[in-house]
Design a protein around this ligand. Structure first.
Ligand code: ZN
Length: 227
């Protein structure tokens, strides 16, 4: 058990269900490769949540363990960035939230809402056809928190549309940004911002003045723009 934690650079799992560790051990979602993350920093580790999400039984267990922490929070929509790991997680989470909050919202189902926050690829905002209205209670779902920029942008989208931000739910925090910081920035109490697994990945600053210590003069061998 300890070996799995150590091997996978896990700082803490916020669940007493030992299956979460087993899922991480078996799905092997951590790719040990020097990469450029979306915010510009470099890391020796990339968490490929899609590897967990590609197994439906894993996905439903993970979603259940996350949803448990929002059992008393009224939610009728789950918003996410329309990216490969996020989409299945948000749909699974919406399904679990339906079962936990039905009594609060009188049986209404929980819908998933897709949004974009990376303006280089799509306009920032809700994807065409999705909406958030006054009176909606919206939970933000994401697979991995790095800097929290993405979830902060989603919080802005929710508030500007007139929705109430119900919380932020993530599978992982890479260990770079404390959740307290994100909670404070978006105006949520800390118990409404949750990441199931906290990792202890390394992060290296890299910009024109500050060269990453792990890269040669030509930059990283493997250049990937990843979050
Ligand atoms: Zn580097």
């Amino acid at each position: 058990m300890v070996d799995v934690l150590k091997k996978n650079q896990i700082r803490r799992i916020y669940s007493d269900n030992p299956v979460i560790e087993e899922i991480i051990g078996e799905a092997r979602p951590i790719i040990n490769e020097h990469v450029v993350l979306k915010y510009g920093g470099h890391s020796s580790n990339f968490l490929q949540f899609s590897k967990i999400a590609s197994i439906p039984s894993n996905l439903s267990i993970v979603a259940f363990e996350i949803a448990k922490n929002f059992a008393r929070v009224p939610v009728n929509k789950v918003i996410t960035m329309a990216l490969p790991g996020n989409i299945p997680l948000s749909v699974a989470l919406a399904s679990e939230m339906k079962s936990t909050v039905m009594r609060i919202l009188q049986g209404k189902s929980v819908a998933t809402v897709m949004a974009d926050v990376d303006k280089r690829h799509y306009p920032v905002g809700l994807r065409r056809g999705f909406d958030i209205q006054d009176g909606d209670y919206v939970l933000i779902s994401t697979d991995v928190i790095t800097t929290g920029h993405g979830v902060r942008d989603l919080a802005k989208i929710v508030k500007e549309a007139g929705g109430t931000l119900a919380g932020i739910a993530s599978f992982a925090n890479r260990g770079l940004t404390p959740l307290e910081e994100i909670a404070r920035d978006v105006g949520l109490p800390i118990d409404k911002v949750f990441a199931l697994v906290e990792f202890d990945f390394d992060h290296f600053d890299a910009n024109n003045e500050n060269r990453c210590e792990h890269c040669g003069p030509d930059g990283p061998k493997s250049f990937k723009e990843l979050d």
